[in-house]
Design a protein around this ligand. Structure first.
Ligand code: HEC
Length: 445
């Protein structure tokens, strides 16, 4: 862990010099290399770009340039090599060498794919045989629900829209708060959630919290979180045995953090899409989403670094279904560990050592590997901050940084979706997983 952390400053070498270096190395490499090129765009690289990049890198999508044709891709070859070998693109930052690796909506490239792209660039980014070019992919229109187009969930069963708001071209960050009735007429259990800013608004919507409120004794009362949205985040996919209740007479409490980006965005709206289980469905367990705070003083000296740690334990077993670190421009890494007091073991479940504040991703564990936390075990959250110039996202290493809501301040929490199990459920899941492992083991022989 500590070596990993030290490694961070090396990985985050200043952007421009790295870029210049790669261009230089690429072209010197080409001149000196005697190797016959064996990687071509049409046969080897285009399929990777289609599968992992074009959803965002096409006209009208969020990537700054299209990567559809050979010419478009070759133009960016050195930068593409830099971005994929440093695992900045695709924007899914989750360590490949530690902890649980089976994640839903995992956009990471394999080591082989990264090497293929790097070799293609090193060998001069050649086109290859046109006959090898794969059939172009068609992509859903921007503005469609991703859970519909990428996951086959269909249209949401309920869409709750925020009231209209206008974001000026210039000025400070703003927070739009409002309360909107869900309008549902019976209790419903949620199986998936997605939040979608408008096509015009996604650039100015920094993040959005949607929480639940219900009427109790004639008063509106808070009743937990629904979801948090930020750029890059898919949403929430709940496991089959657990659900969240959306009660009748409920309200969505919106808190939309916007940042002016140079152009006015008029009458904007953010939409919350909810997919429900059938009306008679009864979940075995309750799942909820919370922001688990890393409390304590967060004061980062100019040119300094900091580390925060927090511990959580339950007096019954739980399963962690998703994990999303949250920080701002100085946060560089976060990890999730479990300490088992009975055996004294400590296990790293997830590590994001190359965290990027432009992308807030929730890592949703595959159902059969989501970490099971026995009664009394301790969840350890650790966050690292770097206020030196080695942190490429640091706007000003000369200032003190403390806690606060503005992007220039820091934050320290992790969003986790937790299923509240009982001893019977814990033992059943654990036994089923062990049996599964044994089956796989005997197949390998
Ligand atoms: C989820 C959307 C998304 C995916 C998938 C994605 N990108 Fe990007 N890419 C972006 C956005 C947005 C930016 C600009 C902001 C940033 O750098 O974070 C960007 C920036 C880049 C840049 C830097 C451009 C510049 O001028 O600075 C390169 C190069 C790049 N992407 C290549 C790729 C490659 C190669 C892939 C696939 C292996 C990929 N991207 C996948 C959205 C995406």
């Amino acid at each position: 862990m500590i070596e990993k952390k030290l490694d961070l400053s090396i990985r985050k070498v200043a952007w421009t010099s790295m870029y210049a270096m790669t261009v230089l190395i690429t072209f010197c490499g080409q001149a000196l290399s005697q190797e016959t090129p064996d990687v071509t765009f049409t046969r080897d690289v285009a399929p990777i770009i289609q599968k992992n990049c074009q959803l965002c890198h096409r006209k009208g999508s969020i990537g700054p340039m299209p990567l559809i044709t050979y010419e478009q891709t070759k133009l960016y070859a050195p930068l593409i090599k830099l971005m994929v070998t440093t695992q900045q693109m695709p924007p899914y930052h989750y360590d490949t060498d530690v902890g649980i690796q089976a994640l839903k909506s995992d956009k990471r490239l394999s080591a082989h794919e990264i090497e293929t792209i790097a070799r293609w660039v090193d060998q001069g980014a050649i086109e290859g045989d046109l006959a090898d070019m794969p059939v172009p992919w068609s992509f859903p229109d921007m503005g469609e629900w991703r859970l519909k187009t990428e996951y086959g969930y269909g249209e949401p069963d309920l869409i709750v829209k925020s009231p209209h708001f206008t974001v000026p071209a210039k000025g400070q960050d703003l927070w739009w708060r409002s309360i909107v009735p869900t309008g549902i007429t019976s209790d419903r259990y949620i199986k998936a959630i997605e939040v979608k800013p408008s096509l015009e608004g996604y650039k100015v919507v920094h993040h959005t919290n949607s929480a639940l409120s219900v009427i109790k004794n004639g008063e509106l009362e808070r009743a937990g979180h629904i979801t948090e949205y930020a750029l890059g985040k898919l949403g929430e996919i709940l496991p089959n045995d657990a659900a969240r209740l959306l009660p009748v007479d409920s309200y969505v409490r919106w808190n939309i953090h916007v940042a002016p980006m140079g152009e006015e965005v008029k009458d904007d709206q953010v939409e919350l899409g909810l997919w429900f289980h059938p009306e008679n469905y009864k979940p075995k367990y309750k799942q909820d989403l919370h922001n688990y705070l890393l409390r304590g003083d967060l004061d980062i000296a100019p040119h300094g670094t900091a580390m925060m740690q927090e511990f959580y334990a339950w007096n019954y077993p739980v399963r962690i279904d998703s994990f999303q670190p949250h920080g701002h421009l100085r946060m560089v890494a976060m990890s999730l560990e479990i300490f088992y007091p009975k055996t004294g073991e400590r296990e790293v479940v997830s590590m994001i050592s190359n965290w990027n504040p432009n992308w807030h991703l929730s890592h949703i564990y595959e159902d059969d590997v989501a970490p099971l936390v026995p009664t009394g075990a301790v969840v350890i959250l650790t966050a690292w901050y770097d206020n030196t110039k080695n942190n490429i996202h640091n706007p000003d290493p000369d200032v003190w940084v403390g806690r606060g809501n503005r992007a220039a301040d820091e934050m320290s929490h992790a969003w986790m979706a937790v299923t509240h199990l009982d001893e019977e459920g814990y033992t059943r899941l654990k036994t089923a997983r062990e049996a599964n492992l044994q089956k796989m083991g005997s197949k390998d022989k």
